[in-house]
Design a protein around this ligand. Structure first.
Ligand code: BMA
Length: 886
């Protein structure tokens, strides 16, 4: 199953490395300055080699001056690194003829974060925003041997100094909660906000030159960057592509630009005139109307065709620039309009004119040290997202604007991107220089990312409207207007204004969660930004019973919700020792950055399952990890199924849910978190369940009063005639005690249909050997017409904790080599719940895991992402089920 998707993993990496995404220029000499530089700390006691792009922590680790910073308590032990100031230095020479060029520019694609940069002792510029590219003119500064120095100031010191100078009023939060063991005042520095710690991540306020550095020499002009925006002209029923070229010009000059998309037989030539300074040109390429433009669709709704756009610039001076890019054609609308019989407004995405239910998750930075977040890591994560049938990821506002490769992969995989701007869970200063820096950041990022069809929405910040509205920071009501004014200034008058100038091809939201146009009506900070009748909602409730769907808000769009779990022992063992392997150890407390998180997991698990009681402490620890994953998987499943089945309903004015993005997809280190994929790429149980609950056709079972209701939720583009098969099994037998079949029902395309309804008391009365305690219900949809079927699903009529007759299943296995896969033949003596196959750190995925084993034999395949023999696989394969842990 889905083996094809795994194979694509490797193809994409090749494609990405093989694809050209940057500009090639003739007439501009480029010197790449990446590579080995030297690095020293402020008093010179440490002096070492360091890679650029890179950061100080990675350099220290590579030179073996420190251990793995993720190891045990090293985040605290290495705090000194971020409190010191560091200098990166390199030396280089340039040929005389190049030096003679009229203009030389030093391009820093990214500096992390606060720096003063000098060339041959002359200060050429300063940086204070890791999300900006900096171009510094260095003409006339060259010698035979040139020394380039980047002096980096501790971002922690800088943030605290900025805070001190902001005397008029506080800009909270001052510091993160102590459980996060982080640094203070991160909102005063334009840097990944999570780098000063988060509730799932360590505090590593990195310093470094985190992106490429190069020199560019030229005489008349250079192409700084370009962007491409396809747009549908509904009036003339045709497509256009707007191409913007950004030049740096020394001498007024003229030239010709040729734009072409060979696959669409579209081509045009334009005369351009450039004026000295920064000179922009905006050109519109009309797409040939005689050619059919095949549209880019989100995954699950169609293909992702991308066409190569070629750009050829020839200046009268003889300078030439060539560039190309893969572009996709699609339209996107965010629909907020009245819904019959419901107060409020809808909130859904229409792609190519079709309402699309957004299924997915939230993305955080894949590594605290970004130079270690490789293209392969990102590919593995994004392919895993697609394998779980996700069509969207939200790049959350407390991290970074991702690397180009991330968006290229999302374009290829059909994963839509909800792109936040990088502001989260805080208020922000609005001094002139801060705003200026943000304006430049936003302009650059919009220009960089707007070419990607995958990016479907911009969003101003994470939870900052909610922070003011719900008064997270205890601001006296008399002072609230000042903070609302700052909020409007930053996100509306600046960020929103820039986005509307730069990109009119996709919607902009000021915050998430928000009430959208209703928030705007209320002055951009709504009374209740969590109102289920408007916009999107974030909802967390750790202690209420997650199996009870009545506790979830029937929101228009759920952009965040989730539960924590612990990652597997094989992941944790990379950063811990045997004495740490106890749920109450200092290590277990240390890695938990969410107040009361470990306790909440056990309380929630205890509502439905018997907690582990093995007398062997390490086994008990592993079983506890397992039960947290069972709890998380089942909780997120229940909540997601609720959102999915609320798609067509309006109940008490609420519903028409059109998005379910659980928190969160990935991890930044080995620690407990809401992630469904562990740091390193291993899937947790939740991710395996997501494959099923995000499938194109699913059946959802719920209990309402005494009724068993089964819904068919369809993401299909056509109607299906389906029957529902319902079976009841005793916990100690593989023979169904009863089997019922519904009549055929038409399940509408993109809709929810109730396909089965039966009072449970009657069901149990008719099913002689079954009681709530002794039986489980399974169900499945199938069509005799077109072979379509849903994954099998199940419903417990009582918590497994209170069930009767669950036996130790005694699961055994045999293995076979099946080419790129390993075939696992499972055998058990009794039905088994939440069967979990774990192969430690062997990289790959099972085609099913975390399942209910309701027949004696099961066959599972493991797709390998690395070469491994059956013998080695066998040695690492462990199988657990719910009854095995007590
Ligand atoms: C939301 C997110 C994150 C956080 C998560 C879990 O508020 O936006 O800030 O990590 O909840 O607490």
């Amino acid at each position: 199953m889905r083996n094809d998707a795994v194979r694509t993993l490797f193809c994409w990496v090749l494609l990405v490395f093989g694809g050209r995404v940057s500009c090639d220029s003739v007439g501009v000499n480029t010197f790449i300055l990446d590579g080995t530089w030297s690095l020293h700390n402020s008093n010179g006691s440490l002096s070492l080699k360091a890679q650029v792009p890179g950061c100080v922590h990675t350099a220290l680790q590579q030179q073996q001056l420190i251990q793995d910073p993720y190891y045990r308590f090293n985040d605290l032990a290495y705090r000194w690194i971020s409190l010191d100031n560091w200098t990166y230095t390199t030396s280089f020479s340039v040929p005389d003829n190049v030096k003679a060029s009229k203009k030389a520019v030093l391009v820093f694609e990214g500096v992390d974060t606060v720096s003063t940069i000098s060339l041959n002792g002359v200060v050429i510029g300063k940086t204070d925003n890791m999300f900006q590219r900096y171009d510094f003119e260095v003409s006339g500064l060259f010698k035979d041997i040139n020394i380039l120095e980047v002096w980096l100031m501790s971002a922690v010191t800088y943030a605290s100094e900025r805070r001190k100078t902001h005397t008029a009023y506080a800009v909270p939060p001052e510091c993160p909660p102590s459980v996060q063991k982080g640094e203070c005042h991160v909102n005063f520095v334009r840097k990944a906000q999570s780098s000063f710690s988060w509730d799932w991540g360590p505090s590593f306020p990195t310093l470094g030159v985190w992106k490429s550095v190069r020199l560019e020499f030229f005489n008349n002009s250079r192409l700084i960057s370009f962007s491409t925006s396809p747009k549908y002209d509904a009036v003339h029923s045709c497509w256009t592509v707007k191409v913007e070229l950004f030049f740096d010009v020394t001498l007024a000059s003229k030239g010709v630009v040729r734009l072409s998309i060979p696959k669409l037989q579209s081509e045009a030539k334009f005369s351009i005139s450039l004026v000295p300074g920064l000179s922009n040109t905006s050109l519109i390429l009309q797409i040939n109307q005689n050619v059919t433009v095949d549209l880019w669709w989100p995954f699950g709704h169609g293909q992702q065709p991308l066409k190569q756009l070629l750009i050829d610039v020839t200046m009268d001076s003889g300078e030439k620039f060539q560039a190309d890019r893969l572009i996709g054609f699609r339209t996107v609308e965010l629909v907020q309009e009245p819904i019959p019989s419901s107060p409020g407004l809808s909130f859904y995405f229409r792609i190519n004119g079709k309402p699309i239910f957004l299924k997915g998750s939230n993305w955080i930075p894949a590594h605290a040290f970004q130079d270690q977040a490789t293209a392969v890591n990102l590919t593995q994560l994004l392919v895993s997202a697609q394998m779980a049938n996700m069509n969207v990821l939200r790049v959350w506002g407390g991290g970074i604007y991702e690397q180009d490769v991330f968006y290229i992969l999302c374009d290829q995989l059909g994963i839509m991107v909800w792109q936040d701007f990088m502001f989260a869970c805080a208020l922000y200063p609005t001094e002139q220089d801060f705003i200026k820096s943000v304006r430049e950041e936003v302009t650059q990022q919009v220009r960089r990312l707007k070419s990607h069809p995958s990016v479907v929405i911009w969003s101003g910040n994470n939870e900052n409207e909610a922070a003011i509205a719900s008064n997270w920071f205890f601001i006296p009501s008399a002072e609230k207007p000042r903070y609302v004014k700052d909020y409007v200034n930053l996100y509306v008058e600046n960020i929103k204004e820039i986005v509307s100038q730069e990109d009119n091809t996709r919607p902009f939201l000021v915050s998430s969660p928000t009430n959208g146009v209703e928030s705007e009506k209320e002055g951009w900070v709504a009374q209740n930004p969590y109102d289920p009748h408007y916009g999107d909602v974030h909802f967390y409730s750790y202690l209420s019973d997650c199996w009870d769907w009545r506790t979830f808000p029937r929101a228009r769009f759920a952009s965040e919700y989730g539960f924590q779990s612990w990652p597997s022992l094989s992941t944790l063992s990379k950063v811990s020792v045997a004495s740490d392997w106890n749920f109450n150890s200092e290590f277990s407390n240390h890695r938990q950055h969410h107040e009361f998180g470990n306790m909440q997991m056990l309380l929630q698990a205890g509502l439905h399952y018997i907690l582990p009681n093995n007398t062997d402490p390490v086994q008990k620890y592993q079983d506890t990890i397992y039960i947290t994953q069972v709890m998380q998987a089942q909780c997120v499943k229940a909540q997601t199924e609720f959102y999915l089945r609320s798609r067509s309903d309006i109940v008490d004015g609420e519903g028409h849910t059109m998005g379910a993005l659980y928190w969160q997809l990935n991890d930044i280190w080995q620690a407990p978190s809401w992630a469904s994929i562990e740091f390193g790429g291993k899937w947790k149980m939740l991710h395996y369940l997501a494959v099923r609950f995000f499938s194109a056709l699913i059946s959802v079972g719920v209990e309402d009063d005494d009724n068993l209701l089964i819904y068919a939720v369809s993401d299909s583009h056509k109607d299906h005639t389906l029957k529902t098969t319902v079976k009841l099994y005793r916990w100690n037998s593989f023979t169904p005690q009863c089997s019922l079949e519904s009549d055929q029902a038409v399940v509408k395309a993109g809709g929810v249909t109730k396909v089965f309804q039966h009072p449970i008391s009657v069901l149990l009365k008719n099913c002689k050997n079954c009681t709530r305690q002794s039986c489980v219900v399974t169900f499945k949809l199938s069509s005799s017409e077109d072979g379509v079927e849903s994954p099998s699903n199940d419903l417990f009529l009582i918590s497994p904790r209170d069930a009767e007759g669950i036996q130790k299943p005694n699961i055994t296995f045999t293995l076979e080599d099946a080419g790129g896969r390993i075939k696992i033949n499972l055998h058990c003596l009794y039905p088994a719940l939440f069967v979990w196959l774990d192969v430690e750190d062997i990289s790959g995925v099972f085609d099913s895991n975390g399942f209910l084993m309701i027949s004696e034999e099961y066959t599972i395949y493991f797709t390998k992402w690395e070469p491994i023999t059956v013998k080695d696989f066998s040695a690492k394969l462990h199988i657990t089920s719910l009854r095995d842990i007590y």
